[in-house]
Design a protein around this ligand. Sequence first.
Ligand code: SF4
Length: 422
Amino acid sequence: MSVCTTPPAATAPDIIRQRGQREVFCGLTGIVWLHRRIQDAFFLVVGSRTCAHLVQSAAGVMIFAEPRFATAIIEERDLAGRADLDDELDRVVTRLIERRPDIKLLFLVGSCPSEVIKLDLTRAAARLDERFGRLPRILAYSGSGIETTFTEGEDACLEALVPTLADAGTANGLMVVGAVADIVEDQFRRLFTAIGIERIDFLPARHAGAMPAVGPNTRFILAQPFLAATARALHERGARRIAAPYPLGAEGTRLWIEAAAAAFGIDPARTESVLALPARRATESLAAVRAKLAGRKIFFFPDSQLEIPLARFLARECGVELVEVGTPFLHRDLMDAELALLPFATQLSEGQDVERQLDRCRAEQPDLVICGLGLANPLEAEGIATKWSIELVFSPIHGFEQAADLGNLFARPLARRALLAV
Ligand code: SF4
């Protein structure tokens, strides 16, 4: 007799699909973590003062001696068609490249204004890339609010990188896809190497010159769930995806590494011998977090597409009760392994009609709401504790060693509220 320990999947009919007013970031926000990850890249937003303001406020109070992002502001005379935008852009890019020889990869990032006036940045990037002899490499993607929601900016950026990756020929290797913190990369690299996977690459790499090659023998595994377009582009280059839950929490990390190891034909006993200790340490470190979170009711507003893996981690490893799990988009094929682990009948929602969602949230009176900055303070004022979802994409949260830190990101607002109540 065998015992099934996996609870039944969340059922499809439970998904609420709504369209209406949304409270989300545009894809420009991705620049804030992408420029930290690719250390010789520069992001030039072609947009308005609103876009410049957004990127600067998302980057917080950081002041840079050598900033690696900027906005080329479309002025009124550009909008009125009195200036040749291609010439203007060429001038701005030439000046930038002359002043900053340290830039090895330049992204022209489209915005709502550049899209509305139909400025073709892909063509401009190709023209400039040719002109500068591919040094630096010049690429384009859209981070506009019309086309992208928050983390989709990273997806668009990586999708633009894929066609520039070298051909791996028949070489065999594992590619980890999605921007992770450098310490997380180092930890994963150590684990995969110990298991016996010989060639491990990360997309994006820390430097433009170290981007991985890709070919029909490349197997890739997503570290982030919001990379549907990048996954498609890698498929087009012949690479095959390894399906797995995402490496959040002790269980998610273990299943993620096991899936990669199985795809490379590694003996499960060897994988187990490598994972046993770090997995046990992560589970033990989570015990204190679980004590703080168990039984708490949590409500996720849609924001980053990380919501479903985070909800799975919170439910299974921290004992929380999920009230509603909102996601801006639900890519079923990328989320299947996660959905199978969610508690039975978890209420999912895709898209947003923010007023109706707020009504559902207030009716449930959750202990903690995960939401964007626009909703957080108003909900706090109503007496509902909140956690800013943006912190979850800026902090190292993947892997065994970060599992307790991840749990604590959710426990902290509850502790603060308890402290203030005394
Ligand atoms: S790209 Fe669009 S949504 Fe984003 S800051 Fe600029 S105008 Fe606003």
